[in-house]
Write a protein that binds this ligand. Structure first.
Ligand code: GLY
Length: 313
């Protein structure tokens, strides 16, 4: 058994671990862990207190995948609900669909009685507003927001998001990802989080992977699937992650400083790897023999090195 994910998943991993320790499924564990991060008001990249789009609306994306069946549910641009990960999971059984977005996602969340919440907090509103002030950008009208979006967006903010992968006592793997997406994004923008294969993929025959960082890149590279496919093709999990980052390199403009792509993954047997294009990045993990979840260093894999840095990445 193991549960692990992005470093900001740390506050949720012990609760997820307790689920698998008492015999619950990996799906239960990853949902439990992610819900805690969706409630974490200190985290402005996920759930409540997540930063808003350019119009000031918090739009949430989430997906969850059961590696045993490859069943999945994904929700995009959801407004005003506390736990997009649970809305995504509910979709798996409520309808023969795998993804709902925008008004349809909102209607579905309402119909299943999902918990409503005003997602903005005083702190998240101030962080959001401060960038308008700092750049002297006027608040745009709906339908006239392209110029303001381009003025406000910065690649340095295309990071954050929480992901969690668990392997339960039966050896079943599941993965879950949740985000408020790129702050000041154009309304309706989806990143990789709800796109199965891009930000999230679990296939119990080979392993699972989930991404954080610049979602436009991992959509184009189908990065989470690419990691699992590499394992299918015979690489170990660390090499699978490294190759998936390097596969993105031709699309990652070297002029963009600090462009982030981070991957956590595990093999079918539960061997874990975590890599990032950013030096010093960490991931969070709880496994047997640990009293509580802890962070460990990711391996640093720069986009343009073409070789693995030996690092504390
Ligand atoms: N990786 C999260 C996003 O791009 O929205």
């Amino acid at each position: 058994m193991i549960i692990f994910g992005s470093a900001n998943a740390l506050p949720g991993l012990d609760a997820g671990w307790e689920r698998i320790e008492r015999g619950d499924s990996a799906m239960d564990a990853v949902e439990t862990a992610v819900r805690i991060i969706e409630d974490n008001l200190e985290d402005h990249t996920v759930g409540s207190s997540g930063l808003a789009n350019v119009l000031g609306e918090v739009e949430l994306d989430a997906s969850i995948m059961d590696g045993t069946t490859r069943a999945t549910g994904a929700i995009g641009a959801l407004h005003g609900y506390a736990h997009p990960i649970s809305v995504a999971r509910a979709l798996m059984t409520a309808l023969p669909h795998v993804m709902l977005v925008g008004a349809g996602a909102d209607a579905f969340a309402h119909e299943i009685g999902a918990e409503k919440r005003d997602l903005a907090t005083a702190a998240s509103r101030e962080l959001w507003e401060a960038r308008f002030r700092a750049l002297a950008v006027e608040h745009p009208e709906p339908g006239k927001a392209v110029a303001a979006t381009n003025a406000l967006l910065t690649y340095a903010h295309a990071a954050g998001t929480v992901n969690v992968i668990a392997v339960d006592a039966r050896g079943h793997v599941a993965s879950a990802v949740s985000t408020s997406g790129w702050p000041w994004k154009y309304p309706g923008r989806l990143g990789d989080t709800p796109v199965i294969g891009a930000g999230n993929y679990a296939d119990g025959r080979h392993g699972a992977a989930a991404c954080t960082g610049f979602g436009e890149l991992s959509i184009r590279g189908v990065t989470a699937y690419s990691v699992v496919r590499n394992m299918h093709d015979g690489t170990d999990v660390l090499e699978a992650c490294r190759l998936a980052i390097l596969d993105l390199a031709p699309m990652a403009d070297p002029a963009i400083d600090n462009l982030t792509m981070s991957i956590v993954a595990c093999s079918r047997s539960g061997e874990v790897a975590a890599v990032s294009t950013i030096p010093g990045a960490e991931y969070a993990v709880r496994e047997e023999g640990m009293d509580r979840a802890a962070c460990r260093p990711r391996l640093h894999v720069p986009f343009h090195s073409g070789e693995m840095a030996n690092g504390q990445g």
